[in-house]
Design a protein around this ligand. Structure first.
Ligand code: DON
Length: 310
């Protein structure tokens, strides 16, 4: 089906309506490792679709900012690829991990080379690469998010960043292990500080859907200029499909059929290259850490629109 012929607004409203009972019941488990996430109302639901021609269709709480958490790993990967190119791949792999996103075991077995850029260890290496080429990893990621979303007031949520810092012992262990194994060039605490802030970026569904358009437009940004090359955009999409939804990426691809990246704040960004970018937010998570109703909403979106990779 062509994107133009679709009643997108009817589609997103219909999905919200059909999920309303489950939203009201607060399906799933909100992330509880920091107070700033534990206190989020589990009955929130937002969905936005941005089409490749720049139209945005939104429903529910799509204008409410939330903690994007690991969705930021798409931004950091894009930035590292843009500025460091393929050199990145000497230090991080491109395979699904088959383990939880914060697993330490595999990292030691595999000599400090993380399986992919979307598990925590991989994002720490990506952040280290950004520090190498751009120096200010907090600022540059924020600037990219603002530019892609067209939202100059985007900011890091200080309470979330502080919560990440105070509880991030496992991330700290990974960073220091990689330092020991020679795969972090900077002070691990500096890398961690930037990484914790990236996780603490607050955006809403509309802003994330707009930002995701860069991956639907073969790397072109809002002004038409190249943010990524078409090949790099393809590479990021491929990694989202195979590694973007933690250890449930196979099941997610089966159900939804779109490249996607989730975060423990309950957001999921999904892309159909050349057609659209979508963002859903529902804070309750499934056991793998993906938004339970978010994944269901995206499965409905691909089924009802007839649009997916497959
Ligand atoms: O790094 C952490 O443990 C949290 N900020 C979780 C981030 C997330 O969404 C899952 N990561 N891949």
């Amino acid at each position: 089906m062509s994107t133009d012929a679709l009643d997108w607004q009817g589609l997103v409203d219909g999905i919200a309506r059909d999920l309303a009972a489950d939203v009201a019941a607060g399906a799933g488990e909100v992330a509880r490792y920091i107070p700033a996430l534990a206190s989020v109302d589990p009955r929130r639901f937002g969905l936005a679709v941005a089409t490749a021609d720049g139209r945005v269709f939104a429903t529910g709480d799509a204008g409410m900012r939330f903690s994007i958490q690991s969705i930021s790993k798409v931004l950091t990967l894009a930035l590292a690829l843009r500025h460091a190119g393929d050199a990145l791949w000497a230090r991080v792999g491109r395979e699904p991990s088959g383990t939880r996103f914060n697993s330490l075991v595999q990292l030691e077995f595999e000599h400090g080379i993380p399986r992919n850029p979307f598990i925590n260890a991989g994002a720490l290496v990506v952040t280290d690469v950004i520090l190498e080429v751009l120096e200010d990893a907090k600022r540059t990621v924020l600037d990219l998010a603002r530019a892609l979303a067209g939202a100059p007031d985007l900011a890091y949520d200080a309470a979330v960043a502080e919560g990440e810092r105070a509880t991030g012992h496992r991330n700290r262990a990974m960073a220091w292990l990689m330092k020991d194994l020679g795969n972090l060039r900077h002070d691990p605490e500096r890398v961690l500080d930037a990484y914790f802030h990236h996780c603490a970026l607050a955006m809403d569904c509309r802003e994330l859907a707009r930002a995701g358009l860069v991956l639907a437009r073969e790397g072109r940004g809002p002004d038409g200029g190249a943010v990524l090359s078409p090949a790099q955009s393809k590479h990021v999409n491929a990694l989202m499909l195979t590694c973007g939804t933690y250890d449930a990426a196979g099941d997610f691809a089966y159900r939804v059929g779109l490249p996607a990246k989730s975060g423990v704040g309950g957001g999921i960004l999904a892309v159909l290259p050349r057609h659209f970018s979508a963002c859903v937010w529902a804070p309750g998570l499934d056991p793998a850490g993906n938004s339970l109703l978010g994944a269901r909403a995206l499965a409905m979106l691909s089924a009802r629109s007839g649009l997916s990779l497959f």
